[in-house]
Design a protein around this ligand. Structure first.
Ligand code: ZN
Length: 182
């Protein structure tokens, strides 16, 4: 897996796509939570479920089906007054879905563990993306507080945090220039 910090950073960054400034902070928390949620499946190790099992780590909870269903639940809970299938609801749903699926995509960029079960329950195969620049994060806290953990954080800062920060700056500049033009 990628680290919880990077998953949450990517998820919360998505909130900037929402035009409603008042909603952004609350939405950032929701999207950050959704983006780390799939890794609750690490409990499967304690339950004796094999890593490669569809219910194992990086299995069903990292799948597209899970993202589709959970995004629906999250979007209904977050804005219960938004009419389902309205434009505003659909935008919210899309952000929730992207936050959830970003988790699997980041994991598929790592260089360790088993791949991600994107297509479970239809196909139990595990997948990586063709390019895997991210160092896999240790699962145990003990290993995380070691040179390995530091190496992972620096690696993610380079490949994920930096491009996302650049994207956010560019987005801000585009919005500012549009504001000045009107
Ligand atoms: Zn994961």
């Amino acid at each position: 897996m990628a680290t919880i910090f990077t998953h949450a950073f990517v998820g919360s960054s998505l909130s900037t796509c929402n035009k409603d400034k008042k909603l952004r902070l609350r939405l950032a928390w929701v999207l950050a939570t959704l983006s780390i949620l799939p890794d609750l499946d690490v409990i499967s190790f304690r339950l004796g479920i094999a890593y490669s099992d569809p219910l194992g780590h990086r299995g069903l909870s990292h799948s597209i089906v899970f993202a589709v269903v959970l995004a629906l639940i999250a979007s209904l809970l977050f804005r219960p007054k938004k009419k389902i299938l309205s434009k505003a609801w659909f935008k919210l749903y899309t952000l929730c879905f992207i936050a959830l699926i970003s988790h699997g995509l980041l994991d598929a960029l790592t260089n360790g563990g088993l791949g991600v079960g994107f297509f479970i329950p239809f196909d139990n195969s595990r997948y990586f993306l063709p390019w895997q620049p991210l160092e896999v994060s240790p699962i145990s806290i003990q290993n995380f507080l070691s040179p390995w953990g530091l190496e992972v954080i620096l690696n993610e800062a380079l490949w994920i945090w930096l491009p996302v920060i650049i994207f956010l700056i560019v987005l801000k500049l585009i919005r500012l220039s549009k504001k000045q033009a009107t």
